[in-house]
Design a protein around this ligand. Structure first.
Ligand code: NAP
Length: 509
C-alpha cells in the first residue's frame, strides 16, 4: 500500500520544506476518534487544577520547542517579531484558560434547594452546571499558525472545558503543526493525561476533514477560515444522523464609519491609521477593515490623497501561501472591475507573487447599495472607500451590511452621540462595536467577543477569542435529587471548591 504524505512549502521561494507528514486514512481517523472518546470518559471528570496544570505544561513545552519560530517563519513567510509575538499570545491564552478552570466558577453552578413542605407540591433539589460535550474537532487557520491553530484558542478552550481534541492540520503549515502537536503530547504524558486526549491528522483535499465532521464520536467542530469552507462543514454536520454544532468563524469586512467632523479635524492622521490597520500582517486578518464609509464632502479628496500617500509608503509583502495570494489578486481585481468602482491606488512596482500588492478602491454609495459583490471580503491589503451623499445614504449603507465581526464608528464625542441611529443599526450587525479605534488587534480577555451574526460566524451567540470561548464546548446538565456523593464537586452541598454559585436565585461568591 502506498503511503501518502503532505509537505510544507516556503511561500517566499515555492520550495518544499523538510518533513513528510502522513495523510491519515479512514481506519486511522476512526481509531483516533475512538481513542478520543475513550479518553473523554476519564478526562471529563478531571479537576480544574489538573486540566490547568495540563494547559500550563503545554505552554511551557511550546516555549521550549526547538525550531518552532524558524519553522513558522519558513512555512508562513511571517516575520520573526510577529511569530514570537504570536507564540507569546498562544501561551498566554493557554495560561488564561488554565486560570479560568483552576478557579472553577466558569461552570455556572446553579442550585435550587429542595422544599419538601412546599404546597401544593414539594420542590425537588435541582443543581445545574456546564458539562463537556465530548470530542472536539478543530480546523485550524492559515493566518495564525500558532494562536488560531494546533494549540490555539479553539484547542485551549476545548481542552479546558474537559474535551479531547483532534486537530485537522492546515495544509499551509504541517511542520508547525507537527512541532506543536508533539509539545502537547509531551505535556499530556508529563501530567498523566489519558491516551487520546489530543491527536492530529493530516489530509489532502477535504476528505479527511469531512470524515472527522461526519464521525459519530465527534461532538463539536471549531473552524476558522473561509466562508465557503466554514459553511460547507456546517452544512455537512447538519446532515449527520445526529447533528452537532459547528462553530465557524469566517471573517468579515469590518466597516469603519468615519464621521465628518472627526475626518475634518485629523484627515492625515486618520488616513495613516487606516492604512496601517488595512496593511497589518499584509491584510490577512479577519478583523481587517475592508470598507471605509464616509460622507462625501469637500474634505474627501484630501482624505483620499492622504490615504493613497499612506498606502504608497507600504511595500508588498509575502502572503501566507500561493492560494491566498491568488485569491487576493483575483478578488481585488473583481472588486476594482465592478461598475462605478474607481481604483484610487494600487502598488504597481515590483510586486511579484506571492507579495500582495496593497490597493484602495472607491465607489459612490448608490452604486455600492446596488451591488452585493462589493461587500465581499478581499482577504489581503485592500480597502474600499464608500462615499455617501448624505446622512440618509450612510444609514442605508449601514443597514445593508451582513453580519460582521466588528464595526467601528470614528467620530468626535458629540457627533458620535448624535449618531444614535447608526449605533442602533450597527449593534444588530456585529459582535464588537468599536469607537475611535481600529478593529485589528483582538484582546484575549474575559469580555472579548470575537464572533458575530452570520456570515461572520455560524453562531453569533458565541466567541472564539477570550475565556467565554469555553462555553462552545459545554452544555448545561441538571441533576435532580442526586445523592451528594455522586454530584460533581462544583455542585456538592459543602461547595468544596469554594466557587461562586447561584443558590436559590442569589449569587454566593
Ligand atoms: P479555508 O480554505 O477555509 O481552509 C481552512 C481549513 O478548512 C483547512 O484545513 C481546509 O483544508 C479546511 N476546509 C476548507 N473547506 C473545506 C471543506 N469543504 N471540507 C473539508 N475541509 C475544508 O481557509 P484558508 O486556507 O485558511 O484560507 C482561504 C481563505 O479563507 C482566505 O483567502 C480568506 O478569504 C479566508 N480566511 C479567513 C480567515 C478568518 O479569519 N476568518 C482566516 C484565514 C482565511 P485544507 O488544509 O485541506 O485546505
Amino acid at each position: 500500500m502506498s503511503v501518502k504524505y503532505i509537505v510544507g512549502t516556503n511561500p517566499k521561494t515555492g520550495e518544499s520544506l523538510v518533513g513528510e507528514f502522513p495523510i491519515s486514512g479512514k481506519e486511522e481517523v476512526n481509531t483516533i476518534m475512538k481513542d478520543a472518546w475513550k479518553a473523554w470518559q476519564e478526562y471529563r471528570d478531571f479537576s480544574g487544577k489538573k486540566k490547568g496544570q495540563f494547559l500550563r505544561t503545554i505552554a511551557e513545552e511550546i516555549e521550549q520547542a526547538e525550531g518552532l519560530v524558524e519553522r513558522v517563519m519558513e512555512e508562513s513567510g511571517l516575520p520573526e517579531g510577529r511569530v514570537r509575538g504570536e507564540r507569546g499570545r498562544t501561551c498566554n491564552q493557554l495560561r488564561l484558560f488554565a486560570s479560568l478552570v483552576e478557579e472553577g466558577s466558569w461552570v455556572e453552578a446553579t442550585i435550587d434547594k429542595a422544599q419538601q413542605d412546599r404546597q401544593p407540591i414539594p420542590k425537588a433539589d435541582i443543581r445545574k452546571m456546564l458539562y463537556p460535550t465530548g470530542p472536539v474537532v478543530v480546523f485550524t487557520a492559515s493566518n495564525f499558525p500558532l494562536a488560531f491553530s494546533t494549540a490555539g484558542g479553539d484547542t485551549a478552550s476545548a481542552l479546558a472545558s474537559g474535551n479531547p481534541v483532534v486537530v485537522k492540520a492546515h495544509e499551509s503549515h504541517p511542520g508547525t503543526n507537527d512541532i506543536v502537536s508533539k509539545a502537547i503530547l509531551r505535556a499530556a504524558e508529563k501530567i498523566g493525561m489519558p491516551e487520546g486526549v489530543f491527536a492530529t491528522v493530516y489530509g489532502q483535499g477535504y476528505e479527511t476533514g469531512q470524515q472527522l465532521v461526519l464521525h459519530p464520536l465527534t461532538k463539536a467542530v471549531a473552524f476558522t477560515g473561509s466562508l465557503r469552507g466554514g459553511k460547507a462543514l456546517y452544512d455537512l454536520a447538519g446532515k449527520r444522523a445526529e447533528p452537532i454544532p459547528v462553530f465557524a468563524e469566517m471573517g468579515s469586512v469590518n466597516p469603519i464609519f468615519i464621521l465628518p467632523n472627526k475626518l475634518k479635524a485629523n484627515s492625515d492622521g486618520l488616513a495613516t491609521q487606516m492604512a496601517q490597520s488595512v496593511n497589518l500582517g499584509v491584510g490577512q486578518f479577519c478583523t481587517n477593515p475592508g470598507i471605509l464609509v464616509v460622507l462625501d464632502n469637500e474634505d474627501i479628496p484630501g482624505f483620499t490623497s492622504s490615504l493613497k500617500e499612506a498606502f504608497s509608503q507600504i511595500s508588498p509583502s509575502c502572503m501566507l501561501n500561493a492560494g491566498i495570494f491568488d485569491n487576493f489578486e483575483k478578488k481585488k481585481k473583481h472588486i476594482l472591475d465592478q461598475e462605478g468602482v474607481q481604483s484610487e491606488y494600487e502598488f504597481n512596482g515590483n510586486g511579484s507573487a506571492p507579495n500582495g500588492r496593497p490597493a484602495v478602491g472607491s465607489v459612490l454609495a448608490d452604486q455600492f447599495l446596488k451591488n452585493g459583490d462589493l461587500q465581499e471580503e478581499v482577504f489581503g491589503p485592500f480597502t474600499l472607500l464608500v462615499k455617501c451623499k448624505n446622512q440618509e445614504e450612510l444609514l442605508k449603507v449601514a443597514r445593508q451590511f451582513e453580519g460582521q465581526l466588528t464595526a467601528t464608528i470614528m467620530g468626535q464625542d458629540d457627533e458620535v452621540l448624535a449618531h444614535k441611529e447608526l449605533f442602533n443599526i450597527l449593534r444588530e450587525k456585529v459582535g464588537r462595536l468599536i469607537f475611535n479605534g481600529v478593529p485589528t488587534g483582538v484582546e484575549v480577555c474575559h469580555s472579548m467577543q470575537h464572533g458575530g451574526p452570520f456570515p461572520a460566524t455560524t453562531d453569533g451567540r458565541f466567541t472564539s477569542v477570550g475565556t467565554a470561548a469555553i462555553k462552545r464546548f459545554a452544555r448545561p446538565l441538571a441533576y435532580q435529587n442526586c445523592p451528594d456523593a455522586l454530584l460533581p464537586d462544583e455542585l456538592k452541598e459543602a461547595n468544596p471548591l469554594g466557587i461562586s454559585r447561584v443558590v436559590d436565585g442569589k449569587l454566593e461568591a
